[in-house]
Design a protein around this ligand. Sequence first.
Ligand SMILES: [Zn+2]
Length: 150
Amino acid sequence: MAENVRIDGEKLQVDCPECGQTNAVPLEKILHGPVCGSCQVKLPPPNRPIEVTDQTFDDLVRKSPLPVLVDFWAPWCGPCRMMGPTLESFAGKKAGQVLVAKLNTDESPATQNRFGVQGIPTLIVFKNGRETSRQVGAVSEQVLEGLLPP
Ligand SMILES: [Zn+2]
């Protein structure tokens, strides 16, 4: 499945499911029913993991009106790859309630170091820019659910 949401500064680039037009949506507006600038169809909330880097991480966790579940992972890590489909499914089911993000620790070591992430996968939930829970190791969707703030 193609990536339909990317982050660019404080905006999400959302591909319209109807016409394919890419729309820049400010993070704080993602829950306010943004519509496609081209065909006026309502854009869905992000329903797939969003790739973040050292450059985009802060914007996403600080500006998101939703809790953000960040998966610290790397391509060479077997358990991380096992988590991939779980995170995809979770992001789909929880669209509009949580943003799921993935940070490649090989490409973005600064963020990994800042949060003292040693083993991967590590999953950290942020609410209003603050860490609220953390889990190390590959886990089920039920465990992910339990990490979310009430
Ligand atoms: Zn459209």
